[in-house]
Design a protein around this ligand. Structure first.
Ligand SMILES: Cc1cc2nc3c(=O)[nH]c(=O)nc-3n(C[C@H](O)[C@H](O)[C@H](O)COP(=O)(O)O)c2cc1C
Length: 340
Protein backbone atom coordinates (compact mmCIF):
# COMPACT_ATOMS: atom_id res chain seq x y z
CA UNK A 1 0.00 0.00 0.00
CA UNK A 2 1.20 3.51 -0.75
CA UNK A 3 2.20 5.65 2.16
CA UNK A 4 0.09 8.69 2.80
CA UNK A 5 1.29 11.36 5.15
CA UNK A 6 -1.05 13.19 7.44
CA UNK A 7 -0.20 16.86 7.58
CA UNK A 8 -0.41 18.01 11.17
CA UNK A 9 -0.69 21.65 10.08
CA UNK A 10 -3.82 21.08 8.06
CA UNK A 11 -7.17 21.57 9.76
CA UNK A 12 -8.81 18.97 7.51
CA UNK A 13 -6.58 16.00 8.33
CA UNK A 14 -5.48 15.88 4.72
CA UNK A 15 -2.48 14.52 2.92
CA UNK A 16 0.67 15.68 1.28
CA UNK A 17 0.24 15.93 -2.48
CA UNK A 18 -0.71 12.46 -3.69
CA UNK A 19 1.30 11.02 -6.51
CA UNK A 20 -0.30 10.90 -9.90
CA UNK A 21 -0.46 7.50 -11.53
CA UNK A 22 -0.22 6.08 -15.02
CA UNK A 23 -2.41 3.74 -17.01
CA UNK A 24 0.46 2.43 -19.16
CA UNK A 25 1.75 5.73 -20.61
CA UNK A 26 -1.36 7.81 -19.86
CA UNK A 27 -0.68 10.12 -16.94
CA UNK A 28 -3.61 10.58 -14.55
CA UNK A 29 -2.76 13.76 -12.72
CA UNK A 30 -4.40 14.62 -10.37
CA UNK A 31 -5.49 11.08 -9.45
CA UNK A 32 -9.18 12.04 -9.45
CA UNK A 33 -11.59 10.73 -12.06
CA UNK A 34 -15.02 11.92 -13.21
CA UNK A 35 -17.31 8.87 -13.23
CA UNK A 36 -19.40 7.93 -16.24
CA UNK A 37 -23.05 8.83 -15.59
CA UNK A 38 -25.40 7.98 -18.45
CA UNK A 39 -27.53 10.95 -19.47
CA UNK A 40 -25.26 13.45 -17.72
CA UNK A 41 -21.53 13.17 -18.36
CA UNK A 42 -21.46 13.96 -22.05
CA UNK A 43 -18.66 15.97 -23.65
CA UNK A 44 -20.15 19.31 -22.61
CA UNK A 45 -20.45 18.31 -18.97
CA UNK A 46 -16.98 16.75 -18.93
CA UNK A 47 -15.46 19.93 -20.38
CA UNK A 48 -17.24 22.02 -17.74
CA UNK A 49 -15.87 19.82 -14.95
CA UNK A 50 -12.34 19.79 -16.41
CA UNK A 51 -12.43 23.60 -16.56
CA UNK A 52 -13.13 23.79 -12.83
CA UNK A 53 -9.87 21.92 -12.11
CA UNK A 54 -8.69 18.89 -10.17
CA UNK A 55 -9.85 16.25 -12.64
CA UNK A 56 -7.19 13.92 -14.08
CA UNK A 57 -9.37 11.62 -16.20
CA UNK A 58 -12.87 11.64 -17.66
CA UNK A 59 -14.82 8.59 -18.81
CA UNK A 60 -17.66 8.69 -21.34
CA UNK A 61 -21.03 7.29 -20.40
CA UNK A 62 -21.55 3.70 -21.49
CA UNK A 63 -22.00 3.15 -25.24
CA UNK A 64 -23.73 0.10 -26.69
CA UNK A 65 -21.48 -2.04 -28.87
CA UNK A 66 -24.59 -3.37 -30.63
CA UNK A 67 -25.46 0.20 -31.63
CA UNK A 68 -21.86 1.13 -32.47
CA UNK A 69 -21.29 -1.82 -34.77
CA UNK A 70 -24.63 -1.08 -36.48
CA UNK A 71 -23.38 2.49 -37.02
CA UNK A 72 -26.37 4.01 -35.23
CA UNK A 73 -26.39 7.79 -35.29
CA UNK A 74 -26.83 8.24 -31.51
CA UNK A 75 -23.53 6.58 -30.70
CA UNK A 76 -21.63 9.35 -32.50
CA UNK A 77 -22.94 11.86 -29.98
CA UNK A 78 -22.06 9.57 -27.06
CA UNK A 79 -18.48 8.92 -28.19
CA UNK A 80 -17.68 12.52 -29.17
CA UNK A 81 -14.98 14.27 -27.14
CA UNK A 82 -12.81 17.39 -27.36
CA UNK A 83 -9.02 17.68 -27.08
CA UNK A 84 -9.50 19.71 -23.90
CA UNK A 85 -10.93 16.66 -22.13
CA UNK A 86 -7.78 14.53 -22.49
CA UNK A 87 -6.97 12.09 -21.14
CA UNK A 88 -10.33 10.55 -22.00
CA UNK A 89 -11.61 7.00 -21.72
CA UNK A 90 -14.55 5.80 -23.81
CA UNK A 91 -16.64 3.15 -22.10
CA UNK A 92 -18.30 0.36 -24.08
CA UNK A 93 -20.78 -2.31 -23.03
CA UNK A 94 -22.18 -5.48 -24.52
CA UNK A 95 -21.86 -9.24 -24.38
CA UNK A 96 -20.67 -10.29 -27.83
CA UNK A 97 -16.85 -10.56 -27.83
CA UNK A 98 -16.51 -9.81 -31.53
CA UNK A 99 -18.78 -6.73 -31.40
CA UNK A 100 -16.94 -5.56 -28.28
CA UNK A 101 -13.62 -5.94 -30.10
CA UNK A 102 -14.90 -4.16 -33.21
CA UNK A 103 -16.21 -1.28 -31.10
CA UNK A 104 -12.95 -1.03 -29.19
CA UNK A 105 -11.13 -0.59 -32.49
CA UNK A 106 -13.61 2.18 -33.39
CA UNK A 107 -12.84 3.86 -30.06
CA UNK A 108 -9.12 3.57 -30.78
CA UNK A 109 -9.58 5.04 -34.26
CA UNK A 110 -11.46 7.99 -32.75
CA UNK A 111 -8.26 8.82 -30.88
CA UNK A 112 -9.43 8.02 -27.34
CA UNK A 113 -6.65 7.54 -24.78
CA UNK A 114 -8.21 4.51 -23.08
CA UNK A 115 -10.96 2.03 -23.85
CA UNK A 116 -12.97 1.01 -20.80
CA UNK A 117 -15.25 -2.04 -20.53
CA UNK A 118 -18.44 -1.74 -18.46
CA UNK A 119 -18.76 -4.69 -16.07
CA UNK A 120 -21.05 -2.99 -13.58
CA UNK A 121 -24.21 -1.57 -15.11
CA UNK A 122 -27.16 -2.96 -13.09
CA UNK A 123 -29.91 -1.79 -15.47
CA UNK A 124 -32.25 -4.68 -16.34
CA UNK A 125 -32.21 -4.08 -20.11
CA UNK A 126 -28.38 -4.21 -20.17
CA UNK A 127 -28.20 -7.24 -17.86
CA UNK A 128 -30.86 -9.15 -19.81
CA UNK A 129 -28.75 -8.80 -22.94
CA UNK A 130 -25.81 -10.33 -21.07
CA UNK A 131 -23.73 -7.18 -20.57
CA UNK A 132 -22.83 -4.84 -17.69
CA UNK A 133 -22.92 -6.45 -14.24
CA UNK A 134 -24.25 -9.71 -15.73
CA UNK A 135 -20.66 -10.45 -16.75
CA UNK A 136 -19.77 -10.73 -13.05
CA UNK A 137 -21.72 -14.00 -12.97
CA UNK A 138 -20.37 -15.28 -16.27
CA UNK A 139 -16.58 -15.09 -15.94
CA UNK A 140 -15.90 -17.38 -18.93
CA UNK A 141 -17.77 -14.90 -21.16
CA UNK A 142 -16.03 -11.97 -19.47
CA UNK A 143 -12.68 -13.63 -20.17
CA UNK A 144 -13.54 -14.03 -23.87
CA UNK A 145 -14.54 -10.37 -24.02
CA UNK A 146 -11.36 -9.20 -22.28
CA UNK A 147 -9.24 -11.36 -24.59
CA UNK A 148 -11.02 -10.30 -27.78
CA UNK A 149 -10.79 -6.60 -26.94
CA UNK A 150 -7.16 -6.89 -25.83
CA UNK A 151 -6.17 -8.72 -29.02
CA UNK A 152 -7.81 -6.14 -31.26
CA UNK A 153 -6.55 -2.89 -29.68
CA UNK A 154 -3.24 -1.19 -29.02
CA UNK A 155 -4.39 1.57 -26.66
CA UNK A 156 -4.57 1.07 -22.87
CA UNK A 157 -7.50 -1.07 -21.73
CA UNK A 158 -9.39 -0.84 -18.45
CA UNK A 159 -12.66 -2.07 -16.95
CA UNK A 160 -15.10 -0.74 -14.38
CA UNK A 161 -16.68 -3.35 -12.14
CA UNK A 162 -18.98 -3.75 -9.17
CA UNK A 163 -17.71 -5.99 -6.37
CA UNK A 164 -19.98 -8.89 -7.34
CA UNK A 165 -23.41 -9.92 -8.55
CA UNK A 166 -24.94 -10.40 -5.12
CA UNK A 167 -23.89 -10.57 -1.48
CA UNK A 168 -23.12 -14.31 -1.78
CA UNK A 169 -20.88 -13.91 -4.79
CA UNK A 170 -18.48 -11.06 -4.09
CA UNK A 171 -15.78 -11.80 -6.67
CA UNK A 172 -13.92 -8.54 -7.32
CA UNK A 173 -10.56 -10.17 -6.47
CA UNK A 174 -11.22 -12.98 -8.96
CA UNK A 175 -12.19 -10.43 -11.61
CA UNK A 176 -9.00 -8.48 -10.94
CA UNK A 177 -6.92 -11.62 -11.51
CA UNK A 178 -8.81 -12.33 -14.72
CA UNK A 179 -8.33 -8.76 -15.90
CA UNK A 180 -4.60 -8.87 -15.21
CA UNK A 181 -4.21 -12.24 -16.92
CA UNK A 182 -5.97 -10.84 -20.00
CA UNK A 183 -3.70 -7.79 -20.17
CA UNK A 184 -5.98 -5.07 -18.80
CA UNK A 185 -4.06 -2.12 -17.44
CA UNK A 186 -6.38 -0.59 -14.82
CA UNK A 187 -9.50 -1.50 -12.90
CA UNK A 188 -12.14 0.74 -11.35
CA UNK A 189 -14.03 -0.87 -8.47
CA UNK A 190 -17.44 0.48 -7.38
CA UNK A 191 -17.91 -0.90 -3.87
CA UNK A 192 -21.44 -2.21 -4.41
CA UNK A 193 -22.81 -5.49 -5.73
CA UNK A 194 -25.36 -5.57 -8.55
CA UNK A 195 -28.12 -6.45 -6.07
CA UNK A 196 -27.43 -3.22 -4.13
CA UNK A 197 -28.20 -1.00 -7.12
CA UNK A 198 -27.39 2.34 -5.43
CA UNK A 199 -28.73 1.54 -1.96
CA UNK A 200 -26.76 1.23 1.26
CA UNK A 201 -23.12 2.15 1.62
CA UNK A 202 -20.35 1.26 -0.80
CA UNK A 203 -18.10 -1.41 0.74
CA UNK A 204 -14.63 0.10 0.58
CA UNK A 205 -13.09 -2.92 2.35
CA UNK A 206 -13.46 -4.98 -0.84
CA UNK A 207 -11.79 -2.16 -2.80
CA UNK A 208 -8.90 -2.32 -0.30
CA UNK A 209 -8.62 -6.10 -0.74
CA UNK A 210 -8.44 -5.73 -4.52
CA UNK A 211 -5.80 -2.98 -4.23
CA UNK A 212 -3.71 -5.06 -1.85
CA UNK A 213 -3.01 -7.76 -4.42
CA UNK A 214 -3.23 -5.70 -7.63
CA UNK A 215 -0.30 -5.21 -9.97
CA UNK A 216 -2.28 -2.74 -12.10
CA UNK A 217 -3.62 0.65 -10.91
CA UNK A 218 -6.89 0.50 -9.00
CA UNK A 219 -9.42 3.33 -8.98
CA UNK A 220 -11.85 3.28 -6.06
CA UNK A 221 -15.44 4.43 -6.48
CA UNK A 222 -18.57 4.88 -4.42
CA UNK A 223 -20.00 7.46 -2.02
CA UNK A 224 -17.52 10.32 -2.26
CA UNK A 225 -19.79 13.29 -1.60
CA UNK A 226 -17.44 15.56 0.37
CA UNK A 227 -13.76 16.46 -0.10
CA UNK A 228 -12.86 14.57 3.08
CA UNK A 229 -14.50 11.40 1.67
CA UNK A 230 -11.91 11.33 -1.12
CA UNK A 231 -9.11 11.69 1.44
CA UNK A 232 -10.58 8.83 3.45
CA UNK A 233 -10.90 6.60 0.43
CA UNK A 234 -7.22 7.07 -0.45
CA UNK A 235 -6.22 6.42 3.13
CA UNK A 236 -8.49 3.47 3.91
CA UNK A 237 -8.10 1.58 0.63
CA UNK A 238 -4.68 2.64 -0.72
CA UNK A 239 -6.14 3.09 -4.21
CA UNK A 240 -4.19 4.86 -6.94
CA UNK A 241 -7.13 7.03 -7.94
CA UNK A 242 -10.61 7.97 -6.75
CA UNK A 243 -13.60 8.20 -9.09
CA UNK A 244 -16.49 10.51 -8.24
CA UNK A 245 -19.96 10.43 -9.79
CA UNK A 246 -23.27 11.57 -8.29
CA UNK A 247 -21.67 14.11 -5.98
CA UNK A 248 -20.42 16.07 -8.99
CA UNK A 249 -23.88 16.31 -10.53
CA UNK A 250 -25.12 18.50 -7.70
CA UNK A 251 -21.74 20.08 -6.89
CA UNK A 252 -19.70 20.52 -10.10
CA UNK A 253 -16.78 21.83 -7.99
CA UNK A 254 -16.53 18.63 -5.94
CA UNK A 255 -13.54 17.14 -7.79
CA UNK A 256 -11.71 20.46 -7.58
CA UNK A 257 -12.50 20.62 -3.85
CA UNK A 258 -11.30 17.02 -3.36
CA UNK A 259 -8.05 17.96 -5.07
CA UNK A 260 -7.68 20.97 -2.77
CA UNK A 261 -8.27 18.71 0.22
CA UNK A 262 -5.80 15.98 -0.72
CA UNK A 263 -3.23 18.64 -1.60
CA UNK A 264 -3.47 20.16 1.87
CA UNK A 265 -5.41 23.27 0.88
CA UNK A 266 -8.77 24.40 2.16
CA UNK A 267 -11.40 23.30 -0.36
CA UNK A 268 -12.54 26.14 -2.58
CA UNK A 269 -15.70 27.78 -1.23
CA UNK A 270 -18.25 28.43 -3.98
CA UNK A 271 -20.78 31.24 -3.40
CA UNK A 272 -24.41 30.32 -4.05
CA UNK A 273 -24.69 32.99 -6.75
CA UNK A 274 -21.74 31.48 -8.65
CA UNK A 275 -23.39 28.07 -8.47
CA UNK A 276 -26.68 29.39 -9.79
CA UNK A 277 -24.88 31.25 -12.60
CA UNK A 278 -22.97 28.09 -13.50
CA UNK A 279 -26.27 26.28 -13.71
CA UNK A 280 -27.75 28.89 -16.04
CA UNK A 281 -24.77 29.11 -18.37
CA UNK A 282 -24.29 25.33 -18.45
CA UNK A 283 -27.95 24.66 -19.25
CA UNK A 284 -27.85 27.38 -21.90
CA UNK A 285 -24.94 25.65 -23.62
CA UNK A 286 -26.68 22.29 -23.20
CA UNK A 287 -29.79 23.72 -24.90
CA UNK A 288 -27.69 25.06 -27.81
CA UNK A 289 -25.94 21.73 -28.35
CA UNK A 290 -28.98 19.44 -28.05
CA UNK A 291 -31.76 18.81 -30.57
CA UNK A 292 -34.87 20.82 -29.60
CA UNK A 293 -36.97 17.68 -29.10
CA UNK A 294 -34.80 16.36 -26.26
CA UNK A 295 -33.24 19.59 -24.93
CA UNK A 296 -35.90 20.39 -22.33
CA UNK A 297 -35.85 16.84 -20.91
CA UNK A 298 -32.09 16.87 -20.63
CA UNK A 299 -32.09 20.32 -19.01
CA UNK A 300 -34.70 19.20 -16.48
CA UNK A 301 -32.62 16.14 -15.61
CA UNK A 302 -29.44 18.16 -15.14
CA UNK A 303 -31.19 21.14 -13.55
CA UNK A 304 -32.72 18.79 -10.97
CA UNK A 305 -29.24 17.99 -9.67
CA UNK A 306 -27.59 21.37 -10.18
CA UNK A 307 -30.29 23.18 -8.18
CA UNK A 308 -29.49 21.14 -5.06
CA UNK A 309 -27.78 23.12 -2.36
CA UNK A 310 -29.12 26.43 -3.69
CA UNK A 311 -31.47 28.18 -1.21
CA UNK A 312 -34.94 27.92 -2.74
CA UNK A 313 -33.66 25.03 -4.88
CA UNK A 314 -36.87 23.00 -4.41
CA UNK A 315 -38.95 25.88 -5.79
CA UNK A 316 -36.49 26.31 -8.66
CA UNK A 317 -36.73 22.58 -9.46
CA UNK A 318 -40.51 22.80 -9.55
CA UNK A 319 -40.28 25.82 -11.89
CA UNK A 320 -37.86 23.99 -14.18
CA UNK A 321 -39.94 20.82 -14.23
CA UNK A 322 -43.17 22.56 -15.13
CA UNK A 323 -41.59 24.51 -18.01
CA UNK A 324 -42.40 23.25 -21.50
CA UNK A 325 -39.46 24.45 -23.58
CA UNK A 326 -35.74 25.05 -23.09
CA UNK A 327 -36.31 28.81 -23.56
CA UNK A 328 -38.88 28.76 -20.77
CA UNK A 329 -36.46 26.88 -18.49
CA UNK A 330 -33.71 29.44 -19.05
CA UNK A 331 -36.12 32.34 -18.55
CA UNK A 332 -37.27 30.90 -15.23
CA UNK A 333 -33.69 30.39 -14.02
CA UNK A 334 -32.80 33.96 -15.01
CA UNK A 335 -35.84 35.23 -13.13
CA UNK A 336 -34.84 33.14 -10.08
CA UNK A 337 -31.28 34.50 -10.30
CA UNK A 338 -32.50 38.08 -10.36
CA UNK A 339 -34.10 37.53 -6.94
CA UNK A 340 -31.03 35.93 -5.33
C1 LIG B 1 -27.86 7.81 -13.38
C2 LIG B 1 -26.57 7.02 -13.34
C3 LIG B 1 -25.97 6.63 -14.53
C4 LIG B 1 -24.77 5.89 -14.52
N1 LIG B 1 -24.17 5.54 -15.69
C5 LIG B 1 -23.03 4.80 -15.69
C6 LIG B 1 -22.38 4.44 -16.89
O1 LIG B 1 -22.77 4.82 -18.01
N2 LIG B 1 -21.25 3.66 -16.80
C7 LIG B 1 -20.76 3.24 -15.58
O2 LIG B 1 -19.74 2.54 -15.54
N3 LIG B 1 -21.33 3.62 -14.43
C8 LIG B 1 -22.44 4.38 -14.45
N4 LIG B 1 -23.00 4.78 -13.27
C9 LIG B 1 -22.33 4.44 -12.00
C10 LIG B 1 -21.35 5.56 -11.60
O3 LIG B 1 -20.31 5.69 -12.53
C11 LIG B 1 -20.73 5.25 -10.22
O4 LIG B 1 -20.11 4.00 -10.27
C12 LIG B 1 -21.76 5.24 -9.10
O5 LIG B 1 -22.64 6.34 -9.21
C13 LIG B 1 -21.08 5.25 -7.72
O6 LIG B 1 -20.23 6.37 -7.57
P1 LIG B 1 -20.72 7.71 -6.77
O7 LIG B 1 -21.14 7.25 -5.40
O8 LIG B 1 -19.53 8.61 -6.77
O9 LIG B 1 -21.89 8.25 -7.54
C14 LIG B 1 -24.18 5.53 -13.28
C15 LIG B 1 -24.78 5.95 -12.09
C16 LIG B 1 -25.94 6.70 -12.11
C17 LIG B 1 -26.56 7.15 -10.81
Amino acid sequence: MRLLFLRPDCQHNCYNALPMFKIRDVLIDPPLVLAPIAGHTDSLFRQAIKALGGCGLVVSELVSTEAMTRRQERTFHLTRFEEFERPVAIQIFGSDPSRMAESAVMVQDMGADIVDINVGCPVRKVVRQGGGSNLLRDLPLLERIFQAVRRSTRIPLSAKIRIGWDRNSINAVEVLKLAEACGLEALTVHGRARCDLFAGKADWSVIARVKEIAAIPIIGNGDVFEPADAGRMFLETGVDGVMIGRGVLSNPWLIRQCHDFISGRNPLAVPIRQKAEFMHSFLQRAAEGTPQAVAAGRMKRMGGYLSRGIPGGARLRALIHSARTSEEILLRIRDFLSHL
